[in-house]
Design a binder for this molecule. Structure first.
Ligand code: GRF
Length: 203
């Protein structure tokens, strides 16, 4: 029986789309995306989920008067959909240790740099690429890692390097890192972890 996957999103959902396309093309045979959960109602990622016939949910942090209440709302949605594995794909809300512990070694995140460079608190979205250009690195890339209680601190699963080119702006670089690294790595990592979960079930 397929591992039931939830993808957590906040933005345009291009990484979600890469996962949807990979599943359709049989590149994630061990798992099935059963829920897309957004941190905001206007995330275009939700449109992508609906077009693919995937259940959606929206859980907005500022609608809860505490982190604990927010975590409970997130866990309620994951439990209601009997989720086995969580993928953070451009997800910007903070998940506390309660949620992370429940999905220990079964929650992964895509980060748009070669960790340990340009990661941790405050490094997300375009800020990552601005920092890379500011530092003048010649190579950047993307990393998929296991989520633990340290921001971007979990075990690294996959990385892919992307060359920085003369004239790159943060926007151009972000797009190249997505196309040449993120959208390739995330489906591969999803299948890696889903297969591990499935194998653990059969022992
Ligand atoms: C992008 O900056 C990506 O690098 C990061 O999340 C942001 C939104 O990506 N992982 P998406 O288009 O919503 O997947």
């Amino acid at each position: 029986m397929s591992v039931r996957i939830a993808v957590l999103v906040s933005g345009g959902g291009t990484n979600l789309q890469a996962l949807i396309d990979a599943e359709k093309e049989g590149r994630i045979p061990s798992g099935r995306i059963c829920l897309v959960l957004a941190s905001r109602a206007d995330a275009y990622a939700l449109e992508r989920a609906k077009a693919a016939g995937i259940d959606t949910a929206v859980v907005v942090r500022k609608e809860y008067d505490s982190q604990a209440a927010f975590d409970t709302a997130i866990l309620n949605e994951l439990h209601a959909h009997q989720i086995d594995m969580v993928i953070l794909a451009g997800y910007l809300s903070i998940l506390s240790e309660t949620v992370i512990k429940e999905y220990e070694n079964r929650m992964i995140n895509i980060h748009p740099s070669l960790i340990p460079s340009f990661c941790g608190k405050g490094f997300y979205g375009l800020k990552v690429h601005e920092a890379a250009l500011q530092r003048g690195v010649k190579v950047t890339g993307a990393t998929v890692h296991i989520v633990n209680e340290i921001p971007d601190g979990g075990r690294i699963l996959l990385q892919k390097a992307v060359a920085i080119q003369d004239g790159d702006t943060p926007e151009i670089l972000q797009r190249r890192v997505m196309e040449e690294a993120e959208w390739i790595l995330l489906p591969k990592a999803a299948e890696m972890i889903a297969r591990q979960i499935e194998e653990e079930r059969t022992v």
